[in-house]
Write a protein that binds this ligand. Sequence first.
Ligand SMILES: NC(=O)c1ccc[n+]([C@@H]2O[C@H](COP(=O)([O-])OP(=O)(O)OC[C@H]3O[C@@H](n4cnc5c(N)ncnc54)[C@H](O)[C@@H]3O)[C@@H](O)[C@H]2O)c1
Length: 275
Amino acid sequence: MQGHGLLEGKTGIISGALDPDSIAWAVAEAAHREGARFVLTNAPVSKRFGRLDELSEATGGSPVIYADATNDEDMDGLYQQATEHLGGPVDFVVHSIGMGLNVRKGRAYEELKYEWFQKTLDISAVSLHRMVSAGLRGDAIADGASVVAMSYIGAQRTFSTYSEMGDAKALLESIVRSYGYRLGKRGIRINAVSQSPTKTTAGGGITGFDALYDFADKVAPLGNADAASCADYTITLLSDYTRMVTMQTLFHDGGYNNMGISEAIIEGMMGGEDA
Ligand SMILES: NC(=O)c1ccc[n+]([C@@H]2O[C@H](COP(=O)([O-])OP(=O)(O)OC[C@H]3O[C@@H](n4cnc5c(N)ncnc54)[C@H](O)[C@@H]3O)[C@@H](O)[C@H]2O)c1
């Protein structure tokens, strides 16, 4: 995709890029292509196994600020450093953070370890609240800014192995609505992008991910949306072209959310019967 200068003159914070598979990695590349200046952020632990230095270099030397999205002091520090680097309040914030502790450790929904469940909700949903609140507290989010959080249709429908993450995404999308109301008076908008299953580190942590991925790909009329197309869609939400869109869960899933069954699934099932 060729750049169109959609984010020319804008500054922002992009969280959650770990490696080139990360959705946020693609968002950062696309934001750079569209003329934005931004800081990259991720959890301090990602310093060890992430590849943020490469992304920093590929996006014109974007500063990397390590901060835990479940820690308010870290969030305050993030905005302080971001505004210093960028010369003032930011025009956009991308929240692309998620982790299901029980899911990762293979614990069934009926047997959730609540300590882990709370951590899952904190990392995957409450962190959005913390991130916006810290930005407001520090006068570090500009009027007319745009906040985007990554979500999944597990917020509305039950996908067996998505388990606790469905609850986390439901909370995330609710925070989008609750904050959307409050941010509106400053022209700040906030939306969730409900993305197709995508082959990333977080995606791979879900049991049966390949089946979930293939099923969605066969149901969606356009097939699964990849990280690069998700990034392009996100750019439109960070741009002025969508300045009147807020409090939405916007499906970026090749049409999956409006489908029931498809020919490809029927054929697969019939084939199974014949065999
Ligand atoms: N991969 C998919 O199938 C899929 C589908 C829909 C939505 N999403 C969502 O997209 C977002 C990005 O995930 P991804 O698939 O790119 O995987 P990813 O593993 O590349 O990204 C998740 C990021 O969260 C970061 N993170 C975890 N704990 C953190 C903390 N305490 N503080 C700060 N950062 C922390 C990780 O370091 C990582 O960079 C998540 O919200 C995820 O739920 C993913």
